[in-house]
Ligand binder design. Sequence first.
Ligand SMILES: O=P(O)(O)OC[C@H]1O[C@](O)(CO)[C@@H](O)[C@@H]1O
Length: 552
Amino acid sequence: MNPSCPINQTAIWAQLHQHQRSTRFLHMRDLFRQQPDRFEQMHEQLNGLLLDYSKNRITEDTLTLLIELANIADVRGWTDKMRRGEKINVSENRAVLHTALRLPPQAEVYVDDHNIVPDIHHELERAYSFAEAVRCGEYTGAQGNRITDIINIGIGGSHLGPEMVTLALRPFQQSGLNIHYVANVDGANLMQVLEKVNPATTIFIIASKSFTTPETLLNAQTARSWFIQHGLRETDIGRHFIAITSAIDKAQAFGIQPEHIYAMFEWVGGRYSVWSTIGLSVIFAIGKDNFQNFLAGGRAMDEHFFHAPLRHNIPVLLGLIGLWYHTFYTTTSHAIIPYDHGLRRLAAHLQQLDMESNGKQVSRYGERLDFDTGPIIWGEEGVNCQHAFFQLLHQGPRLISSDFIIPINSFYRVSTQHKVLVANAFAQTEALMHGKTLAEAYAELMTLDNKRRDIMAPQKVFPGNQPSNTLLLDEINPFNLGMLLAMYEHKVFVQGVVWGINSFDQWGVEYGKVLAKHIEPELSNTDTLSHDASTNGLIDYFRKHHHETNPA
Ligand SMILES: O=P(O)(O)OC[C@H]1O[C@](O)(CO)[C@@H](O)[C@@H]1O
């Protein structure tokens, strides 16, 4: 698509709107009745991953139209541009090469005539060696102590991906190291971690691509002061503080020694960076072999995405089905429901991945898009969410799509419990799809008198027709997790391409940062305020009621 032919002015766009109007009263219950082999027709498999997308408000015609839309939007062409290293992040004039992070050492990808693959592997090998030296006790703290704790200080993409992967792969943790994450500038986050550790046995990773993110830098400075106040010397900082950044000079200015700086690359966005040395905390936890399996899983999904026909392409199908709801049904949200305790931070990671990428209403050419784009991503681990917000999914008035992510096997050898977990997940997708009719509700209430039945039956109706995708994984292991995360990255990419969005910048985050910089000194001084009445009132109230307390 180019500016002269926006996607919403194409014939296929109008056809999809027409198709939505003519099919919107179809109930999935009937679609399953009419098409007994619906599961056979509407599932895909890749290695240890199965996607069942049959519980969606779609027919074969819907898919044909959506694939046509993907072709018109040139999803294939944009994918090729991305993997070849063309600067598709036009607003920042950058290539977008998180897929290169997953390539084997012998591959070649060029940015400005420079093959970046050896650089990637050089940095990863440095990270593997350092983590191994720490894990085996060869690298010690400044006072000769064995390292026991790693604290990753970073926010957004420099936090969410690494934390989520570390939690998810807990059973694969090889070291006795405790891995902590500090993201929030709320001092409570850092302090609650620091009170658990000994500075002489702790390594701080300052993870910041830009090395300018105020929250991260303030946390890093506070950690450094705490380190000195707790018995270590200024000269010991070099042994306990390391950085991952693309701003090497800034990390050095902070006092980090060059041999402890791991390079990040300009052509990878924060929310796509867990595959790079930003994943160092993960490497500390699970070691080189497991991390390489994680990369291999991502690469397997890349190969599938690059080569499988669109009709059988897992990220393409997920992207198009999501777009069908968000744009043509104008739904506003999509839930992520992993039935796995280890994946409890998956929704948080995907929130950033999806909403920071596609939460936009202007095209990559600067034109206003007058259709609905990126959804609100939210979610919680199953089954906890069943006892929290599932009521609204089952009987609330809104159409809300969701992804159920379910491992078939648990690492913890608790089959009996695991079957209960999985049965709950399957039951939810069935209930959401099938619902319960008024007649069925009346039939269930035979023992009540008629008056009571008339009151109760409507309350027991489940409209159903609530769409869901189910993703089954053999188990949550590094390879499968790699496939899963890369799958979501490509899903977001497909949607961004069709909507005509640049999914790789994040200007929306900048404005709030600028205003915070203005307000921060105003909280301490007595200058006259010139904001709106609400903001003035809040600052004024804070000034009157805040008690100054800082560490000695
Ligand atoms: O790694 P950095 O540069 O500190 O940035 C952290 C995060 O801040 C953002 O720019 C905005 O939230 C994210 O895109 C990024 O992941």
